[in-house]
Design a protein. Structure first.
Lengths: 290, 266
């Protein structure tokens, strides 16, 4: 029973971090139908940024986090302005291909700036262990769950009520109509990329805090695919539920069945979902009037 | 009366080669309803898009002439700036945001508005014009009927509080009874809010019934213009657009005659 509780906390914390990264996909997909393959590398870059701020510059972690978020947003905006905006109006597939290139560039840049060796990361989430009943769980993992959920809730509110949130969904539905009511497509895309880069950086910070800083963190970008497909490419709620399911599944198979299998299980889910429900649990169904 | 909108010798090119408008001129007086008539492919929709700046999305561009809105030249300006100036196009084919609720569609329509605190009152005002929308405010727009979607498209436009509306075939694909209702509301909006309206319509009879002035387009230019009464009385318009030839019903044997007349008209 103790093991179960420990695994559950571990699974949920991983899952919520997955959800944060997944939402980065969702935000960009919602606004522009583009799947951003550079999401994992944005996360990697964010992790090294916070490492740089706290360890190499020696800033207090609160300041470090704020600065990292600001720089991440700036990078998102910069990418949109220089790489994506010239492609507005081109086929979506061109934009998707460009994000693959972007992924290589970001990864190489991170490598050039900080080198390939793994680094120790000074934890800023509370360390130590917390006892729940008879089980002990890592405090940083426990704290990561409400933190990620809070951020996700903020994003959900943004999409539901904010002017730019509604505009983003409007553009996803019908570009011409959105344009006809004065919604500026470049502006909305910029907001999407900024938000997406920030969620990636925050996810990276939490992950770095738990597992340390190394280039292999970028792999989370791919690990998150099953989450996005399971939850639905355009749903924040879906990202949360999908994140929880995949996170728990990974940890349970890792804990009860054995190592190795936990890396495969998410992709088995991915294939099953694509066969049975290609738009995911909460994805946008194609509306057909009869 | 002063002109709200004035087009002078406007020329529009698609993809740098296809000339769609060739020296089009028209004028819409402030507070009036003007109808733009013409057969398929005459360039009516292109005219509206040239005015509202939506040509960009389709690789079209105004290459010659001027478009003046309220005395200010707007040709080539980006679409969002033109909306901010108070000129709003309701695009053809309704095009509501299917996955947004009725209410959210209306909020999207008010995107350019600065006075966000007045939105709830304006949403109620739209529901006043279109009670059906009020009943369905929380439904996804994709599940509305065709008529309700057209109402929503117009309500969305009203949310921007435009000084001038460009309407592209509001009757498209709707039952005759619904169409009459939509046109009554167009007239109400014009009278109650003083909104100037330029209306593109295939249904010439209906359009002329609410319009003050009308233009007939062919091959990218205006070939006939006049007050709604003059046009309704014009022999050619009666024959080609209203289906009321003096000689009564024509048979297919007279198609040649029709062709000849049309060429002469342009």
């Amino acid at each position: 029973m103790d093991a179960f509780l420990q695994l559950t906390v571990a699974g949920l914390s991983t899952g919520m971090i997955y959800a944060l990264v997944a939402v980065g996909f969702v935000v960009i997909y919602k606004a522009s139908d583009v799947i951003n393959f550079a999401q994992g590398d944005l996360l990697l870059f964010g992790t090294y940024l916070i490492f740089f701020n706290i360890v190499q510059l020696g800033l207090p972690w609160t300041v470090g986090v704020v600065i990292t978020v600001i720089i991440a947003a700036g990078i998102g905006l910069l990418i949109e302005r220089t790489v994506l905006r010239p492609l507005i109006g081109e086929p979506v597939i061109s934009m998707i291909m460009v994000t693959i290139g972007l992924s290589s560039v970001l990864r190489a840049l991170t490598n050039a700036l900080w080198g390939p060796q793994p680094r120790a990361f000074p934890p800023f989430l509370p360390g130590g262990e917390v006892s729940i009943g008879t089980a002990t769980v890592a405090a940083d993992r426990l704290v990561a769950i409400p933190l990620a959920l809070g951020l996700l809730a903020l994003l959900a509110l943004f999409f539901r009520y904010a002017r730019d949130g509604i505009a983003m969904r409007a553009i996803a539905d019908d570009q011409l109509a959105a344009l006809s009511m004065g919604i500026s497509i470049p502006r909305v895309f910029a907001v999407a990329w900024g938000l997406s880069a920030v969620t990636a950086a925050v996810g990276g910070m939490m992950l770095g805090n738990i597992v340390g800083v190394s280039p292999s963190i970028a792999a989370v970008g791919l690990r998150v695919f099953p989450v996005v497909i399971l939850g639905g490419l355009d749903s924040i709620g879906g990202a949360i539920v999908g994140g929880a399911i995949i996170g728990l599944l990974e940890v349970y198979t890792g804990g009860y069945i054995g190592h190795g299998l936990n890396l495969i299980v998410p992709y088995i889910v991915l294939i099953l979902v694509l066969m049975v429900r290609p738009y995911g649990l909460f994805g946008k169904e194609v509306i057909e009037r009869v | 009366m002063s002109a709200m909108l004035e087009l002078n010798n406007v020329e529009v090119l698609y993809d740098d080669v296809i000339l769609v408008l060739r020296g089009l001129s028209l004028r819409v007086e402030q507070g009036s309803i003007a109808a733009l008539l013409g057969s398929n492919g005459a360039g009516k929709t292109t005219t509206l898009k040239a005015i509202s700046g939506l040509l960009d999305l389709e690789d079209g561009a105004v290459t010659d002439g001027t478009i003046q809105f309220d005395g200010e030249e707007i040709q080539g300006a980006p679409a969002d700036q033109i909306v901010r100036k108070g000129l709003f196009q309701v695009v053809e084919g309704r095009r509501v945001f299917e996955h947004l609720t009725v209410r959210e569609n209306l909020i999207a329509g008010a995107y350019t508005r600065r006075d966000r605190s007045e939105l709830p009152a304006d949403i109620e005002a739209v529901f006043d014009y279109f009670p059906r929308l009020g009943e369905r405010r929380k439904q996804h727009a994709g599940y509305l009927s065709g008529g309700e979607q057209q109402m929503l498209a117009m309500g969305r436009a009203l949310m921007a509080r435009p000084r001038m509306l460009l309407l592209d075939e509001p009757s498209l694909g709707l039952a005759p009874l619904l169409v009459r209702g939509i046109f009554d509301i167009i007239q109400r909006i014009n009278e109650e809010q003083g909104t100037t309206i330029l209306l593109v319509e295939q249904n010439a009879r209906l359009a002329l019934s609410i319009a003050d002035f009308g233009y007939v387009m062919e091959n990218g230019r205006v070939v006939l213009e006049g007050s709604a009464e003059e046009l309704s009385g014009n022999e050619d318009v009666r024959e080609f657009y209203l289906g009321l030839g003096e000689v009564g019903r024509r048979s297919y044997r007279d198609v040649k005659h029709y062709r000849r007349r049309k060429r002469w008209l342009s």
